[in-house]
Design a protein around this ligand. Structure first.
Ligand SMILES: [Zn+2]
Ligand SMILES: [Zn+2]
Length: 284
């Protein structure tokens, strides 16, 4: 189990490596391009070359890219869906060039159409993206907190999408804060076992390929997406200890997306908090 964090890729993905090292991260997540703008440029080969050399030197674990927040494959607006497909495909292309584990994206909202109405559209968009960008990188659907019309706050919905897509490059990123907000109690062994049984039944536990490790500012079932620093929130250090001790997470990389002690994003105290828990539960 590697412990990583979201870091800035300002100046290029090769520049993210030193930032990850600086906070003690063993792997990292980046945005391939600005998450709030549609534009994206392919990664130039000299940058990719520098990135690969730096990764080797640093001994970093698998990188993941986070998709743009604008992406909405469940929208009724065909122009928005088309833009989303282009943006995600560019991210998958970047992931392939970097040799990243894959791209994590939000299933986003069905915008009032109802989940059932968007399954086929969503699935065909994902297939189109993966067919258009062959390679090794995965496309990972992220569990959602369940606010509004957001897709993917239940494992049943994610499982339905995964099956409808039917591509072996599709996987899932479990965000600890989002599943907690969606009502999945992961803080005691019994409850966590039940949650992971459901995950296995609905999605398949082998599709759990990455974790967003975030404590929660809000209570169980709040549907509110608000991350907290590890140990400061409702999941707490003991909740993370329960989670990290479970064999389902043994080979799954963790990526912090916490506010940070100085509100500057994931930092060393949060990385150290997870490392300490990992040591306590004896999986490091
Ligand atoms: Zn996310
Ligand atoms: Zn979140």
């Amino acid at each position: 189990m590697l412990i990583g964090a979201h870091v800035s890729a300002a100046g290029g993905p090769d520049k993210a490596i030193a930032r990850a090292e600086e906070i003690g991260a063993e792997c990292f997540q980046i945005f391939a391009s600005s998450p709030r703008m549609w534009s994206a440029k392919p990664i130039p080969e000299p940058v990719a070359k520098k990135y690969r050399a730096e990764m080797k030197r640093a001994g970093m674990g698998p990188t993941v890219l986070h998709g743009k927040y604008l992406v909405a494959l469940g929208s009724a607006d065909s122009e928005l869906v088309a833009k989303s497909e282009i943006a995600l495909q560019a991210d998958v292309a970047a992931a392939n060039v970097l040799g990243a584990l894959g791209v994590i994206f939000h299933p986003a909202s069905h915008r009032g159409q109802g989940f059932d109405a968007v399954i086929d559209q969503f699935a065909s968009s994902v297939r189109k993206i993966l067919d258009g960008e062959p390679g090794e990188s995965l496309l990972m659907l992220e569990t959602s907190a369940g606010a509004g019309d957001h897709i993917g706050s239940s494992f049943a919905e994610l499982g339905t999408l995964v099956k409808a897509i039917g591509n072996e490059r599709v996987a899932v990123c479990l965000d600890t804060q989002h599943v907690w907000a969606a009502g999945y109690d992961i803080t005691s062994s019994d409850k966590l076992n039940a949650v992971l049984d459901e995950f296995d039944r609905e999605i398949g536990i082998d599709l759990l390929r990455s974790v967003h490790a975030n404590d929660s500012l809000r209570e169980l079932g709040s549907s509110v997406d608000r991350h907290d620093n590890i140990g400061d929130g409702h999941i707490g250090a003991r909740g993370f200890a329960t989670l990290m001790a479970h064999p389902a997470f043994k080979n799954v990389p963790f990526y912090l997306e916490v506010p940070g002690t100085n509100k500057s994003g994931p930092d060393r105290p949060n990385v150290d908090a997870l490392k300490k828990i990992r040591k306590q539960v004896g999986v490091g």
